[in-house]
Design a protein around this ligand. Structure first.
Ligand code: SF4
Length: 399
């Protein structure tokens, strides 16, 4: 069995970005400590809570050994604290959460990531993060153009990014990932090129580029649907422009020494996200906190999204798990294709055909003849020129 990744969800933000449809909210800081108390309790009581919720652990999994920290193959090697804006929390709340993990699981941490927004980063926080074991910062930079940041409802400005990066470096963070969004309202070819250049100049080890998704659950999405003009809804770049932004990012990041390893992710050598690779490789992970998801290899389960409901469930000694789904063979096959092809390394078609008793040859031949995928022996991967339209290819393959 492979090692395990842990995800901690912190659903609090300082403001709500116009494009955001995540289950996150702006709440009083008084709610932070009770929430983290609940997360710690969920971590230390995971065995009992998951049993009550009907989670069945894979054959060979032994809780007694795990609790005695004698299950090396279930060692926790990656942790990801995401949100929301977890960097808002008092660093002590983060360090006690990490201590609860350390006390509850066999641990050999290789990568402990904290999502942090630029305006929340101060020397004192950063030093405490490093002391508690955090080794990687996923940095919500999004853009280096103030007009775009403002239109998107972000609190930070470019100057906060320039201020925060040296603070993180001085604190000892050697692994920084920048998030950039292609397709923000008011973004132009010129401003996108500028954001890419500024990001590259700061030399992060990792870059994630997300194409703007206009979701009707967000304030911006509603305005776009209703043809309104609030939140600069009429200044969202076209799909064609977004594709060009993505392709420009591919070119510029490659020229700067970053290797693309996933549809949205680039890394300098040795800095791929070990935690996120577990999702795409279908390796086990456990999620804690409101809305967090878990995967054992045989089941997927998820917690209630609402932060208050989550805290009350845990406080009354009940699991906060709201759904447990078995991963059927058909679903596992879909996941293998969908998640596998997100990675530029591609999928091993021969292994998948043997494992699931299917024949994918006709589909792959058709997609290859359309220039959608490339085939090298048993390995099939998305054609580099088609990465920006990967969803179309994946839908075709799954049909
Ligand atoms: S910081 Fe992230 S999670 Fe919070 S509102 Fe903005 S996009 Fe959503």
């Amino acid at each position: 069995m492979p090692t395990v990744g842990l995800y901690i969800q912190v659903p609090f933000c300082q403001t709500k970005c116009t494009y955001c449809n995540f289950h996150t909210g702006v709440v009083s800081p008084d709610r932070f400590a009770p929430y983290i108390d609940a997360v710690r309790h969920e971590i230390t009581s995971v065995r009992e809570l998951s049993r009550v919720a009907g989670v069945v652990w894979p054959t060979g999994f032994d809780w007694d050994l795990l609790e005695r920290k004698q299950m090396p193959h279930n060692t926790v090697d990656t942790i990801y604290i995401g949100g929301g804006t977890p960097s808002l929390l008092d660093p002590k709340l983060l360090s006690t959460t990490l201590a609860a993990i350390w006390d509850s699981f066999p641990c050999s941490w290789e990568e402990v990531t904290l999502e942090a927004d630029p305006e929340t980063i101060e020397s004192e926080n950063a030093q405490q993060w490093v002391s508690s074991g955090i080794s990687r910062i996923s940095f919500g930079s999004q853009s280096f153009v103030d007009e775009e940041l403002k239109a998107a409802g972000r609190l930070h400005r470019a100057v906060d990014i320039y201020r925060a990066v040296p603070i993180l470096r001085r604190a000892g963070i050697r692994n920084i990932s920048f998030d950039l969004i292609a397709g923000l309202p008011k973004q132009t070819h010129e401003s996108w090129r500028y954001s890419l250049a500024e990001a590259i100049a700061l030399s992060p080890e990792h870059v994630s580029i997300y194409l703007m998704e206009i979701d009707e659950g967000s304030r911006l999405g509603l305005e776009v649907l209703e043809n309104g003009s609030r939140y600069s809804a009429r200044e969202v770049p076209s799909d064609e422009a977004m594709t060009e932004f993505y392709e420009l990012a591919q070119t510029e990041l490659k020229a700067a020494g970053y290797e693309q390893y996933e549809i949205s992710n680039w890394a300098k050598p040795g800095f791929v996200s070990k935690h996120n690779l577990k999702y795409w490789r279908r390796e086990p992970y456990l999620g804690f906190g409101a809305g967090a998801h878990s995967f054992s290899g045989e089941q997927r389960w998820s917690n209630v999204h609402d932060g208050k409901d989550y805290v009350s469930a845990i406080a009354s000694g009940k699991p906060a798990i709201e759904s447990v789904q078995p991963v059927t063979a058909a679903l596992a096959l879909e996941e293998e294709l969908f998640l596998g092809l997100r990675q530029l390394a591609g999928i091993d078609v021969n292994r998948i055909e043997r494992q699931y008793g299917v024949d994918l040859q006709d589909k792959i031949t058709r997609l290859a003849s359309n220039g959608m995928v490339e085939r090298y022996g048993d390995v099939v991967r998305l054609a580099p020129a088609k990465l920006s339209v990967s969803n179309e290819v994946l839908v075709e393959l799954l049909r």
